[in-house]
Unconditional design. Structure first.
Length: 386
């Protein structure tokens, strides 16, 4: 096994079980193929762990095992034990009226580079590194032993510094449309063309929370995509729900979800959400601001900060007195403290009294490895605006 040696003074994070080795921390690189398992040592030869070598990424190695590997055999049994642990966690906490969830969450399940989302009998697989791709066979074999019948590979990896996408069904395809239930609400899913793996699974708990506070309320759902928040608002008895998204396909899918669930009192609008908030003359009791990531890299933080501030100012202004704002950021580079500071700035500039009712995050099937805080990418605030 090839050795990756860490520079003196750069080993502390690995000793604290943070799974990433950045290129600048490497004293001596291994001489091996991309995706190979390497042994990681400090500058004096102490064992730090095992990880996947990634020559194409700034994150040059992603560790999956820490400490000594003297008595560790990396074989199918080793990986299956990790997979079983992730599977058992979901089965322990899932309710019977939900069959859409994240089964594997990369570093959150100590399996870097691997994401698996479940849509009833369909497992959608993302293998994001060359090392993760090497586990495709053992992963598929494991999933076949469970309740899953269909498998869609939705890889999105970096090779030779270029993004390479590979999407294909592994084996048979479902003959019927994929319909899943989340807390009893029905959703039609297209895993081939949908955002992420087909649906924004990470907002499940926040959607359910919305359903408890919108009885007889007017609700505006911006960046609505296929209408997740809109359906829960209707489930909770909202007087009227308006869904706004710039994508015509997303709005058509949203209308379909409303029809499947036999909900009423819904209107959809194809529009840029910023423009809609600026020009719409109505005010609302509840507004949801759930935009796509504004900062996909660290150098975009400043622009993202301006975008989030403007968006939240517009949202606060559009609320009726005593209104509720659910505002989110899924930008990994905007942490929860910076996001709260941005929303504070928006509230101060608008001049409204705003109180934080609840901090919002991702559900249990997106577990956050306590040694890898970067896994907490979704942050939100439930705000009361006087």
């Amino acid at each position: 096994m090839e050795i990756l040696t860490i520079k003196k003074g750069r080993e502390k994070s690995l000793m604290n079980k943070h799974p990433w080795v950045f290129s600048g921390a490497i004293l001596q690189a291994p001489n091996c193929e991309n995706g190979a398992i390497v042994a990681v040592k400090d500058s004096v030869g102490n064992s730090l762990g095992l990880g996947f070598w990634d020559v194409d990424s700034q994150i040059s190695c992603r560790l999956f095992h820490f400490g000594s590997w003297k008595n560790v055999e990396i074989n199918n049994t080793y990986w299956i034990e990790k997979l079983e642990s992730a599977y058992n966690l979901r089965k322990k906490l899932l309710t019977k009226n939900t069959n859409v969830y994240r089964l594997l969450y990369a570093e959150g399940d100590f399996l870097p580079g691997i994401i698996v989302d479940v849509y009833s009998e369909v497992a959608v697989i993302q293998l994001l590194t060359q090392g993760a791709l090497s586990l495709e066979t053992v992963l598929i074999d494991f999933l076949k032993q469970k309740e899953f019948k269909y498998f869609y590979l939705k890889s999105n990896k970096i090779a030779n510094k270029k993004k390479v996408s590979e999407e294909r069904w592994i084996g048979p395809q479902p003959e019927e449309e994929i319909i899943v239930k989340e807390n009893g609400v029905l959703f039609a899913i297209n895993v081939e063309t949908g955002q992420k793996t087909g649906f924004f699974i990470d907002q499940r708990d926040n959607r359910l929370l919305l359903s408890t506070i919108c009885k007889d309320k007017t609700v505006l759902n911006t960046f609505s995509f296929t209408g997740g928040f809109s359906l829960y608002a209707l489930l909770g008895g909202a007087k009227q729900v308006i869904s706004v998204d710039i994508s015509e396909d997303a709005i058509l899918a949203c209308d379909k979800q409303v029809e499947i669930n036999k909900f009423k009192n819904h209107k959809s609008v194809i529009a840029d959400c910023f423009d809609y908030l600026r020009t719409d003359t109505n005010k609302y009791d509840i507004i949801i601001l759930d935009p796509p990531a504004f900062a996909k890299s660290a150098d975009k933080i400043q622009n993202a900060t301006r975008g989030y501030k403007e968006l939240n100012m517009l949202g606060i202004k559009k609320l009726n007195p005593g209104g509720i704002l659910l505002t989110f950021s899924c930008s990994q580079h905007i942490d929860k403290f910076l996001f709260q500071k941005i929303v504070f700035g928006a509230a101060a500039d608008v001049g409204k009294n705003v109180r934080i009712i609840q901090f919002l995050s991702q559900p249990f099937d997106h577990p956050i490895n306590i040694y890898h805080p970067e896994g907490e990418y979704l942050k939100g605030l439930l705000l009361y605006v006087e």
